[in-house]
Ligand binder design. Structure first.
Ligand SMILES: Nc1ncnc2c1ncn2[C@@H]1O[C@H](COP(=O)(O)OP(=O)(O)OP(=O)(O)O)[C@@H](O)[C@H]1O
Length: 461
């Protein structure tokens, strides 16, 4: 019972159609016209009636299994059935990541086109403050707010009347609750909950693909004691969707780049391959994106991480969403919740912080029952991570070699990167900075031809 709850019994319930649900005509029309879904997924089926009826629910279901709609639809249907108090903030959805808030908000907005008694507002960091205030003022009817904790705290502290509005919230959803309950977000989450009506006067919903003790503690602190636990993951060894093929390779650090390049080349040779490559930091993601862009690849290159401005991140996220193929170089900002259609491969460059984070990263592929490929490339000093994910079913992959890379008409990737770097001052500085920090990406003994900034040149010497 690693998550503090007993695993669910496996069950083969018959599928339920949205048209058969106790759902307003508006909701049925939305499912048919805008979402084009016929059947509920398992988590949607197992939570709909309880949430619609006002129950407190803790829900665990695999990545890509339709959790977002499983809380949005019953919540909107419930609010729609009540008398409207114009401008009242009735539903608050908290997520830990800006792009995820925007994605959930887009899904909610699709629903409010039909549930016209409700309107949607999204608030995240990196967006001009005035835009938040304008959309809050413009919101008609019952207001649904999707937000990240930091921006919400800032509004609670600075925006006149905002705390008063929060005090009217009827339903709170914590999406990716294990991250919101983690050390990073826990205090912010608790501070926000303090501004809401007491647990007995609100409905709280807790969602994630992974749950741990931190969630159990948070639920006992801010939820009702009689909450339901809905778990559609039948045991911890089935945390990962079964149609994702997971492989791994352990490599000396100096071969990581070469292996990534060969893997990307092989992926690019497939039709409509859409690859997400996740690095430990935004800095490394930026470095690889730039190097790959300059390698003359045919695959469109995308880049999302905390080192980019929010408007760039948002634009890039939309471009990648709409792309038929491409490679997204990113950090853990894209590890959770993001639903980019058609992602065929996820490559993890180095060990995730935990088994749970590995599961979320991997879950960017193989969504909604589709197939997916996962490749975990570990530095040799990270081998110990394999023990953490031993029950998830990874199999050792033959390391994509330079020879294979060559067969796919690439040049020797490491040499190429070194060439790029020795010609490019900014990349070269970046590489030397990494080296000084003890995490060399290149391990190249090639001379640097680029002009270093004076201070960096000094440091390097
Ligand atoms: N009833 C349904 N029928 C078909 N597809 C669906 C249904 N419900 C949701 N989907 C699709 O499934 C995909 C995954 O949904 P969603 O993003 O809600 O997953 P999730 O369970 O929240 O995943 P994660 O744990 O990664 O956040 C989306 O593309 C969504 O449009």
């Amino acid at each position: 019972m690693a998550n503090g709850y007993a695993p669910a019994e496996a069950s083969e319930a018959p599928k339920v159609r949205f048209s058969e649900l106790c759902l307003a005509a508006e909701g049925k029309k939305a499912m048919q016209e805008a979402f084009k879904y016929e059947f509920l997924t398992e988590i949607q089926q197992k939570t709909y009636e309880s949430i619609r009826g006002g129950a407190e629910v803790v829900a665990r279901a695999k990545t890509g299994s339709g959790k977002t709609l499983s809380f949005l639809l019953p919540c909107l249907d419930r609010l729609h059935s009540q008398p409207v108090v114009p401008g009242e903030l009735a539903l608050l959805v908290l997520t830990p990541v800006r792009e995820l808030s925007m994605q959930v908000a887009a899904e909610a907005e699709k629903l409010t086109k039909y549930y016209s008694s409700c309107s949607m507002v999204c608030m995240t960091g990196g967006v001009p403050w005035e835009e938040d205030l304008e959309s809050l003022t413009a919101a008609k009817g019952t207001v649904i707010l999707v937000a990240t904790p930091g921006r919400l705290q800032s509004h609670a502290a600075k925006t006149e009347g905002f705390v008063d509005r929060l005090s009217k919230v009827q339903i709170l959803v914590l999406d990716e609750v294990d991250q919101l309950a983690s050390d990073v977000f826990r205090q912010a989450t608790l501070d926000i909950v303090k501004t809401l009506p007491a647990a007995s006067h609100r409905q709280s919903l807790f969602y994630s693909a992974t749950m741990g003790d931190a969630v159990t503690n948070l639920v006992s602190q801010i939820g009702k004691p009689d909450h339901m636990y809905v778990d559609v993951i039948h045991s911890d060894d089935a945390l990962v969707p079964e149609h994702i093929c997971q492989t791994y390779a352990v490599l000396p650090t100096e071969r990581m780049t070469e292996c990534l390049w060969a893997s990307l080349t092989l992926a690019a040779a497939e039709v409509d391959s859409k690859v997400v490559v996740i690095f430990m930091t935004g800095r490394i993601a930026a470095y690889y994106a730039e190097a790959f862009r300059k390698s003359g690849t045919d695959l469109p290159v995308f880049e999302i991480h905390a080192r980019r401005k929010q408007n760039q991140r948002t634009e890039e996220s939309e471009r990648f969403r709409g792309a038929a193929s491409g490679v997204l170089f990113t950090s853990d900002v894209s590890a959770r919740g993001l639903d980019y259609p058609g992602v065929t491969h996820v490559i993890q460059m180095g060990a995730a912080h935990s088994k749970e984070e590995y599961v979320h990263r991997l879950g960017r592929t193989g969504r909604a029952g589709r197939e997916g490929q996962g490749l975990l490339l570990l530095h040799d000093f990270e081998q110990g991570f394999l023990a953490d994910v031993a029950d998830l079913g990874l199999i050792e992959a033959p390391v994509p070699t330079t020879k294979e890379g060559r067969r796919c008409s690439t040049r020797l990737p490491l040499t190429k990167i070194c060439q790029i770097c020795t010609r490019d001052a900014r990349l070269c500085q970046h590489a030397h900075r990494q080296e000084r920090q003890g995490s060399s990406l290149l391990l190249s003994d090639q001379p640097c031809n680029a002009q270093l900034e004076p201070q960096q040149a000094g440091n390097h010497a």
